[in-house]
Write a protein that binds this ligand. Structure first.
Ligand code: HEC
Length: 226
């Protein structure tokens, strides 16, 4: 379904008005029953709308839908382009790009992402970072961290890694060793497997269409994507 907040508000008010008018036919507005019935029908209409909206949202935020790609997207190159029609940046899924030189099956990719998510939860990365906007504001939002040109421009040379994913693993295992000029991230003692799972999770998350969130990520002067 494709409707905006204005349609939802107008439709729920109209339904409340029509329903209330029918239920209170012949009653004066000074009669308490008049208001009672309007309150009941109003609550019922809102309940039904919230129910519909909840399922509508689930259909747009579940894995494998238009906006939230299947776990196997970690086998693809992920681009980030300005969508002229919408006026914000959206991820685009391009050709094959195996992660750590491997193409993952759907089960393997799912298991890796679940592990990455558990590592992120167990280390409380959200104490400092935000993921999809949730968390703390001490350190950068990680939603599009995979696409950050800093990996190619700063971290590959700094860590001596050959690929972006390898540079990310090295940084995640020893953030204290590869500090930049900004705030420092402490060493959270991630094993190599844990760091790899986190990188897979970050790659998958960067492919989610978040309506351009974080704002200006693609066109900020600090993160020029080329
Ligand atoms: C105590 C706060 C803190 C915690 C906890 C923390 N980080 Fe960080 N993280 C930082 C800071 C500060 C930076 C910026 C470091 C820099 O740019 O040199 C950073 C940078 C990063 C970056 C690079 C982001 C970018 O695009 O520039 C990634 C990826 C990252 N952290 C992942 C994680 C993960 C995954 C966890 C949990 C396992 C985690 N962090 C936990 C503070 C934290």
């Amino acid at each position: 379904m494709d409707f905006g907040w204005l349609e939802v508000v107008i439709a729920s008010l109209l339904l409340t008005l029509v329903g209330g008018t029918i239920l209170t036919r012949g009653r004066s507005w000074l009669d308490p029953v008049f208001w009672k019935r309007f309150a009941i029908i109003g609550s019922l209409v809102m309940f039904v709308f919230l129910w519909i909206l909840t399922f509508d949202t689930l259909s747009k935020t579940s894995v494998g839908t238009d906006r939230v790609p299947n776990p196997t997207v970690i086998n693809k190159r992920i681009g980030y382009e300005l969508n002229a029609e919408k006026g914000y940046f959206t991820p685009v899924i391009l050709g094959d790009e195996p992660l750590f030189g491997k193409t993952y099956s759907e089960e393997e990719a799912t298991a890796l992402l679940v592990k990455g998510k558990l590592v992120i939860q167990s280390r409380n990365c959200m104490d400092c970072h935000t993921l999809l906007g949730n968390g703390a504001y001490y350190a950068p939002d990680l939603t599009k961290a995979w696409l950050d040109p800093k990996w190619e421009k700063i971290m590959i040379p700094m860590t001596g890694a050959k690929t972006r994913e390898e540079a990310m693993v090295r940084f995640l295992m020893h953030p204290d060793r590869y500090a930049t000029w900004t705030r420092r991230m402490p060493n959270l003692h991630l094993s190599e497997d844990e760091a790899k799972a986190v990188v897979a999770y970050l790659k998958w998350m960067s492919a989610i269409n978040t309506n351009g969130f974080p704002d200006h990520f693609g066109n900020s002067k600090l993160v020029q994507l080329d």
